[in-house]
Ligand binder design. Structure first.
Ligand code: NAI
Length: 468
């Protein structure tokens, strides 16, 4: 027999969009059900952002120790023998982190009095879905539906997932380190994971269709990462496309000059983007409009169907966890009667390569393309004492501030450098608070910290940097 449930708010998808929407709805006293078919926490917590950062951290430690076993280097630290890697243990440690986060999300939902239904939901109309739970089907009807189904990796028809051809999900749970890893796509995931595997000892080759790595960022930001890849011995084939596997299992590639060659591979990691999960849950039964491959929403995340809302990767770029969470929180508040709109001054993007990249707002070329007259100030890590004490200056890092010439309003901040991800909060705050260069210049930044590079970037834009 089918159990029937009725609720005020139904959230489908337990990732950073959906679980945040459900917790906020619960906090606001709204009767809420959250449906999740896999593991609470979604792509970000379980098989994306967090586990990849764990692997990157482990890889970093291993690489430092490997280096110290070779020579004492400038710090005078030498290991008498190289480190060994038990990848199984690394993966178990990473799984421990994701389990902790999953438990945390479960407890937070419970505290907010959200009912969680485990199973895959299929909609039969805009406000009704049936969930196949382990105890049988449950039909849920709701006044408000929040769609938060997220995204899935894009598969290449010539290299379908399976066997040694893997997506980021499998890459984060390998039993054995691939001796030779071929990465297709030099975007966020390909380079973050490619870098980590190189540090762990894999031979890494990257195949990218465009003529540059990290096409989302401007050339100047991507250059330190390109230099790191070169130094680390990662081969990058630009303007190249994968054609499939040959009989021996090597990757066939068409190179820049049109000639074909092969690359031997133990694993092929395909990271050519992600696409919204719009299939397999009855979206076609709902009368919602689409915007290309995404569900169309307005600036309150309303779909074209009354009281059906959509958030996160389902509704468009950037497909980032923090955007999904912000939208989820907002939608819960709108349902509770608050006046909210999704109009952030900027959404920060962070790439955890070596070195890390942060970008928010407009880069100089983007501002100029919009006809905005700008002033910019760029401050190098090489002139920052904290960066020197962290050996972070060698990678060519910098912080760049972009402001409108007319009124000095900050409209973009970009940075590349070791640990620069931790400055992203200050960058976002500056943009969201509508800071002008004089605000940044007049804010005392603690010494010695990397954040002083941001302060000096603003001073430089005003024409009076102290340390360069
Ligand atoms: P991406 O869009 O960042 O990069 C895909 C790359 O693959 C592009 O450079 C593209 O030119 C290339 N490409 C596409 N088709 C190709 C082909 N047939 N052959 C060779 N190259 C090809 O996508 P990625 O890395 O898969 O990441 C997906 C999304 O996940 C990102 O857009 C981002 O939203 C999210 N993400 C965010 C992270 C973060 O915030 N740190 C980390 C990882 C992922």
């Amino acid at each position: 027999m089918t159990e029937s449930l009725k609720t005020h708010v139904l959230v489908v998808g337990g990732g950073p969009g959906g679980y945040v929407a459900a917790i906020r709805a619960g906090q606001l006293g709204l009767e809420t059900i959250l449906v999740e078919g896999d593991t609470l926490g979604g792509t970000c917590l379980i098989r994306g952002c967090i586990p990849s950062k764990a692997l990157i951290h482990a890889a970093d430690k291993f690489a430092h120790m490997t280096k110290a076993a070779g020579d004492a280097g400038s710090l005078g630290i030498k290991l008498s023998s190289p480190p060994t890697l038990d990848l199984g243990q690394t993966v178990r440690w990473k799984d421990g982190i994701t389990a902790k986060l999953n438990g945390g999300v479960t407890a937070l939902l419970k505290r907010a009095k959200v009912k969680v239904v485990a199973g895959w939901a299929t909609f039969s109309d805009g406000k009704t879905c049936t969930v196949e739970t382990k105890d049988g089907p449950v039909t849920i009807t709701a006044d408000h539906v929040i769609l938060a189904q997220g995204s899935v990796p894009v598969e290449l028809p010539i290299l379908p997932f399976g066997g040694k051809i893997i997506s980021s999900t499998e890459a984060l749970s390998l039993d054995a380190l691939p001796e030779r890893l071929v990465v297709i796509g030099a975007g966020y995931i390909g380079l973050e994971l490619g870098t980590a595997f190189r540090k762990l000892g894999s031979e890494v080759t990257v195949v990218e269709a465009l003529d540059r790595i990290l096409p989302l960022y401007d050339e100047q930001l991507a250059t330190p990462v390109r230099h790191w890849l070169e130094k680390a011995g990662v081969t990058v084939h630009l303007s190249a496309s994968a054609l499939g596997l040959d009989a021996s299992g090597a990757v066939r590639v068409k190179g820049q000059d049109g000639a074909e060659f092969t690359i031997a591979a133990d694993n092929v990691l395909v990271t050519v983007g992600r696409k919204p999960r719009t299939e397999g849950w009855g979206l076609e039964t709902m009368a919602v409009d689409m915007d290309g491959r995404f569900v169309k929403v307005d600036d309150q995340c309303r779909t074209s169907m009354r009281n059906v809302w959509a958030i996160g990767d389902l509704v468009g770029e950037p497909m980032l966890a923090h955007k999904a969470s912000a939208q989820g929180e907002m939608v819960a508040e709108i349902i509770a009667g608050h006046r909210r709109h999704f109009t952030p001054a900027g959404i920060p993007a962070v790439c955890f390569t070596d070195p890390e990249i942060v970008s928010i707002g407009l880069a100089p070329a983007e501002a100029e393309a919009q006809g905005i007259e700008i002033v910019t100030g760029q401050f190098p890590y090489g002139a920052n004492g904290r960066a020197l004490s962290l050996e972070a200056e060698k990678e060519g890092g910098f912080v760049r501030v972009v402001a409108r010439k007319a009124d000095h309003r900050v409209i973009g901040i970009q940075a590349v450098g070791s640990q620069v991800s931790e400055l992203s909060g200050e960058f976002s705050l500056a943009l969201e608070m509508g800071a002008v260069l004089e605000d940044l210049a007049g804010t005392i930044h603690a010494h010695p910290t990397l954040s002083e590079a941001f302060h000096e970037g603003a001073l430089k834009a005003l024409g009076h940097a102290i340390h360069i």
